[in-house]
Design a protein around this ligand. Sequence first.
Ligand SMILES: NC(=O)c1ccc[n+]([C@@H]2O[C@H](COP(=O)([O-])OP(=O)(O)OC[C@H]3O[C@@H](n4cnc5c(N)ncnc54)[C@H](OP(=O)(O)O)[C@@H]3O)[C@@H](O)[C@H]2O)c1
Length: 332
Amino acid sequence: MNKQIILHSRPQGLPDATTWRVVDNEIPECSEGQILVKLIYVSIDPAMRGWIRDQRSYLPPVALDDVMRAITAGVVIESKHEKFKVGDYVVGSGGVQQYIATSGKGWYPVQTDLAPLPLFLSALGMTGFTAYFGLLEVGKPQPGETILVSGAAGAVGSMVGQIGKIKECRVVGIAGGEKKCRYIVEDLGFDAAIDYKNEDVRKSIKEHCPDGVDVFFDNVGGEILDAALTRINRKARIVVCGGISQYNSDEMRGPKNYYSILMNRARMEGFIVFDFAHQYETAARQLALWLSQGKIRSKEHIVEGIENFYQTFLRLFSGEKLGKLILKVNQD
Ligand SMILES: NC(=O)c1ccc[n+]([C@@H]2O[C@H](COP(=O)([O-])OP(=O)(O)OC[C@H]3O[C@@H](n4cnc5c(N)ncnc54)[C@H](OP(=O)(O)O)[C@@H]3O)[C@@H](O)[C@H]2O)c1
């Protein structure tokens, strides 16, 4: 059977146990021109909260009773497609389920002799690409500049900080709790960390960014964004990657201190990683090289069992995880 997570209702605020349902269906047939993929790993992303909201966005909302959208990694177990063969490991938008029959559009093979499969959902996948393009193409950091990153112990934020160090910047991260703050400084090489749950963020930014902030890579929004805006330098770049503090709110809060953008002739720019799809290969090659050289580290937090999807998803908001959150839905 094919266990699937389907969208049952649209939540107000934080999703609850009624938002999704687990259903059992037949494993789909592999038709001519298709591949049948056994999905093994499902990427658990904050973006999923946006995908179930009924509003205009960069992708259409997931429809009620449809399989929950997700980026996945798995193995081809049947192929009627000339470009894929049985045994190929592949990444694509497979949804939160155990099997998918697909035309292969948007799917690509990955080399598991280079890195374990989960890494193709983290450092060598969308997470790494988001950090890479968001920081280098939108933030455009220069050696010697100061980068401040929120959600710094998270999947994207931890990559941003490490790439920032490779680019010879001072890197300061904002994360929740002492353990995560210690992790980004001691294990990942950030210059300093700010514990937003226990510190006055505004004061701490002033202390740890004595020359001001040149690039603010924001994953969080809300009060943290406002605090960062008070310390930006002239011509600073504010990279709007995400705003997780606002995702469960029905009235998203915009930046209060936006006037600082004018005063400092700064630039605030959002981006979606898909915009850079034509350059993924370049990023993948560079990230793989940095990984092999030990210049970046990737941590995956893997939870087993498709039926644990909902509780696992909530960890994005409670912060009860370290690194890239992944759900394992099948044995390899
Ligand atoms: N633009 C794009 O194309 C793109 C692509 C991928 C991801 N993103 C965005 O990038 C951001 C990070 O994604 P990710 O996959 O790397 O997730 P993640 O950072 O690994 O996980 C989410 C983290 O956010 C923090 N958080 C949750 N609620 C918070 C709050 N109210 N205030 C402050 N921090 C809070 C938690 O860390 P603490 O324990 O430190 O609180 C949690 O661990 C998200 O906003 C996501 O939507 C954007």
